[in-house]
Design a protein around this ligand. Structure first.
Ligand code: GDP
Ligand code: MG
Length: 437
């Protein structure tokens, strides 16, 4: 699926210390292929990767994390943007609020009408009325009644009336007379876009002037979904999109393309046949879902917050001048700690919590190290070479540790200082990566 493919794409970047034009291009070529495979429109996929590339090239990678993860974040942000950025609410003005469903037959209009009524009733404290305007199939009217009964919402229908405009108008009058404040009009769809259907929905739309005209689309229909959306939008200029059947391993392509083709927000998603299988559409969560990356994004963001460039530069200078001491070391540990405890951090990496299931992670892995450093005098911290056997004994006693532990830390610190000097490339870009590793 799309997630696996993107996963593979990001693997290309693994092991590269720096985002360069070459490895970004390779990765993004894979990203583009993955998007195309998921039915994302060719031009959209191409524009998308071009934008990510522009942003990625020349990024300073001053974090402890892999540059690949920074690219994941860029891709995620861009995906979120592509799907509408912010959450789009539903307009509940008007008394009553009139909501019109549109879409092809089988897209899930009737099911979603019920879900929305149930959502507004239970979550928004509304009193909805469902209206059966699918006049072609008696079974369709019946279906809406069954749905209404399930959720305890009234259903308005006129089985002998063949004019959906009149039915819809009568229903609104009925709602006003009976204290219902939301009217959800379910309509008839055809198997494909056709003129008669478009004329009919346009007439209903003109007559009842809904606050919300929603276009319901089956997310499994891929590229076709985009074309259908365009046809309906041309006629209705609808307010939002409902993406149904997003359960199972449905590809995410439709969600990616629709927004940019019709420039209308996706408002809800349907994730099953039951009446409670409805979710508000969150662009960022959808992007994460498509990328299948757990909470990597927030991990990257936290790392970026904590490791500010200014401090990193100061540190590089100190290392260059052999002035890196235990105080600096302590500051680094505290920064890593600020990101959260080790268990939380590991949990945010997809797959890691599973892999680390049997590994004991000390919640406060740095406790001993901190205690030892705190027991050093300022002079010792600044110039670790001062610490002789006598001082080591004092420090161990003061910190409640063993001399071996002090020795171990001294050795680690020594190795690290050497390594840092070595790894400090021309721009020192690798430094921060190592500090948290
Ligand atoms: P309509 O012709 O547009 O009114 O579509 P329906 O509401 O009758 O739905 C068509 C079929 O899709 C029905 O079998 C529904 O149970 C099913 N369906 C609708 N929404 C979803 C969904 O979100 N997930 C799944 N799995 N099935 C859905
Ligand atoms: Mg229906």
């Amino acid at each position: 699926n799309l997630s696996d493919k993107l996963d593979k794409a990001f693997h290309i970047l693994k092991g590269h210390g720096k985002i360069t034009e070459v490895n970004v291009a390779d990765t993004l070529k894979e990203v583009r292929r993955a998007l195309l495979d998921a039915d994302v429109n060719f031009k959209i996929a191409k524009d998308f990767t071009a934008r990510v590339k522009d942003k990625a090239i020349g990024q300073d990678v001053l974090t402890t994390l892999q540059p690949g993860q920074l690219l994941v974040k860029l891709v995620k942000d861009e995906l979120t943007e592509l799907m509408g950025g912010d959450v789009a609410g539903i307009n509940l003005q008007g008394s009553p609020t009139v909501i019109l469903m549109s879409g092809l037959q089988g897209s899930g209009k009737t099911t979603f009408s019920g879900k929305l009524a149930n959502y507004l009733k239970t979550k928004k404290n509304k009193k909805p009325l469902l209206v059966a305007c699918d006049i072609y199939r008696p079974a369709a009217i019946n279906q809406l009644h069954v749905v209404g009964q399930q959720i305890g919402v009234d259903v308005y229908s006129e089985p002998d009336n063949k004019n959906p405009v009149v039915i819809a108008e009568n229903a609104i009058a009925f709602a006003k007379a009976n204290g219902m404040n939301v009217v959800i009009v379910d309509t008839a769809g055809r198997l494909a876009v056709d003129q008669e259907m478009m004329d009919e929905i346009a007439r209903v739309h003109n007559a009842i002037k809904p606050q919300e005209t929603l276009f319901v689309v089956d997310s499994m229909t891929g590229q076709d979904a985009v074309n259908t959306a365009k046809a309906f939008n041309d006629i209705l200029n609808f307010d939002g999109v409902i993406l149904t059947k997003l359960d199972g391993d449905t590809r995410g392509g439709a969600a990616l393309s629709i927004k940019s083709v019709v420039n209308k927000p996706i408002k809800f998603v349907g994730t099953g046949e039951k009446m409670d299988a409805i979710d508000v559409f969150y662009p960022d969560r959808m992007a994460e879902r498509i990328l299948g990356m757990g909470d990597v994004v927030s991990l990257v963001e936290r790392a970026q917050e904590q490791f500010n460039e200014e401090e990193a530069r100061k540190l590089q200078k100190k290392i260059a001048k052999n002035e890196f001491g235990f105080d600096d070391f302590l500051a680094q540990i505290q920064q890593v700690k600020k990101m959260g405890n080790m268990k939380d951090l590991v949990g945010m990496i997809p797959g890691a919590s599973k892999a680390m299931k049997d590994v004991q992670i000390e919640d406060d892995a740095f406790k001993h190290i901190e205690a030892i450093i705190y027991s050093m005098t300022p002079a010792e911290r600044k110039k670790p070479a001062l610490i002789d056997v006598k001082r080591k004994n004092r420090i161990a006693k003061g910190s409640g540790t063993k001399v071996e532990q002090v020795n171990q830390l001294m050795k680690q610190f020594d190795q690290m200082s050497k390594m840092m000097k070595m790894m400090q490339g021309p721009g020192g870009k690798n430094l921060m990566k190592m500090m948290g590793g």
